[in-house]
Design a protein around this ligand. Structure first.
Ligand code: HMG
Ligand code: MG
Length: 308
């Protein structure tokens, strides 16, 4: 078995993480988090979403956050756009990439974006066309590819069906998401296989929430298939307001540590990443969800004590 020699991580913490927070996170804190992530070596950051502020008030400062970022050459900034209204608002913020998001489960599609899977594809088609005409890269997120909070287990055929629809409207890359973190390695591999029937290996990524503690092993199972792009979230932030009980994404720190140990290149400085995670965890007033960050912070503290 050959693992990829290089992996690209997209930190989705500012969007997936902070969309789910009860407390208000000021735009200045989100901007600082993005700055710290890019300084740590992240080359793509999912910054915010242009969704209805009535549905997700936490992302209501989308334009302010995008305008406040000092862009670093070589870093891509992506945003979620659920419809033409969102895309038109996003355009002024000059994203490098937009994300249209659908679900493999009908019930989740209704709860999350208030329409059926078929209707969502109809809505996305003009968004994809307009984005590509403007030279903006289009990623698709596919939610509930192994399990749904309302429908239970999801068959790989339904993932394949959605991937085919995404491909049909011109989506360039798809993320296979385990929204509620129920997946286990073989199930995740089946969802990826169903997707790979429609998209090339280089155009597929994994997006694993860690609710059941399976996200790291699901990442490894994806690497075994040659998948080399993943969405991860600093400090393990994350969740979806319409997927009750789902916890954060796999922590970026944990994935970086695993990849470093396997000799796989990420371009990320783990120490600087841990500092970025500490910054947002301190603001939120709770410990990081990253096991690696906890371990390395404890080690730092112990060596600081030894030095005194
Ligand atoms: P709707 O209510 O059906 O939309 O919502 P509508 O077209 O009927 O419009 C209703 C009102 O919303 C109107 O305003 C529109 O102008 C406004 P009013 O006339 O009542 O004043 N509106 C908007 N405002 C701002 N930006 C927009 C926009 N669109 C309409 N883009 C809609 C449909 C899709 C908008 C809504 O359901 C929505 O915003 N849903 C977003 C839910 C969401 O953000 N979920 C989390 C992100 S997905 C996720 O986390 C999963 C992922 O991480 C992968 C995984 O883990 O699975 C990606
Ligand atoms: Mg998610």
């Amino acid at each position: 078995m050959r693992y990829p020699s290089r992996v690209k991580l997209v930190d989705v913490g500012p969007r997936d993480g902070l969309q789910n927070e009860k407390q208000t996170v000021p735009a200045a804190v989100k901007i600082e988090l993005v700055h710290r992530l890019q300084a740590a070596g992240l080359r793509e950051i999912e910054v915010t979403s242009f969704v209805s502020p009535k549905w997700v008030p936490q992302m209501g400062d989308n334009a302010e956050v995008m305008a406040g970022i000092t862009r670093q050459p070589g870093v891509r900034y992506s945003v979620l756009t659920p419809n033409m209204r969102g895309f038109e608002s996003a355009l002024a913020s000059r994203p490098d990439e937009i994300v249209v998001f659908a679900a493999a489960s009908e019930a989740f599609s209704q709860r999350n974006i208030n329409c059926s899977i078929a209707e969502s594809i109809e809505r996305f088609a003009p968004v994809v066309e307009a984005a590509r005409a403007a030279g903006i890269y289009v990623r698709g997120a596919m939610s509930c590819t192994v399990g749904c909070p309302y429908e239970g287990e999801i068959a790989p055929e339904r993932v394949g069906y959605l991937a085919g629809l995404m491909k049909g409207i011109g989506v360039q890359h798809v993320g296979v998401a385990d929204t509620i973190g129920v997946g286990t390695p073989i199930k995740v591999q089946r969802a990826l296989e169903a997707t790979l029937a429609h998209f090339a290996l280089d155009d597929v990524s994994g997006h694993f929430h860690d609710t059941y503690g399976q996200a790291l092993v699901n990442t490894l199972a994806s690497l075994e298939m040659g998948v080399w792009q993943f969405d991860t979230s600093v400090a393990g932030l994350g969740g979806c307001p319409y997927a009750k009980g789902a916890t954060g994404n796999v922590a970026t720190e944990d994935v970086v540590y695993m990849l470093q140990g396997m000799g796989i290149e990420t371009g990320i400085d783990l120490d600087a990443l841990i500092d970025a995670g500490q910054y947002i965890s301190d603001f939120l007033g709770r410990p990081t969800q990253s096991r690696v960050a906890k371990a390395l912070l404890a080690k730092r503290e112990a060596s600081a004590c030894d030095a005194v």
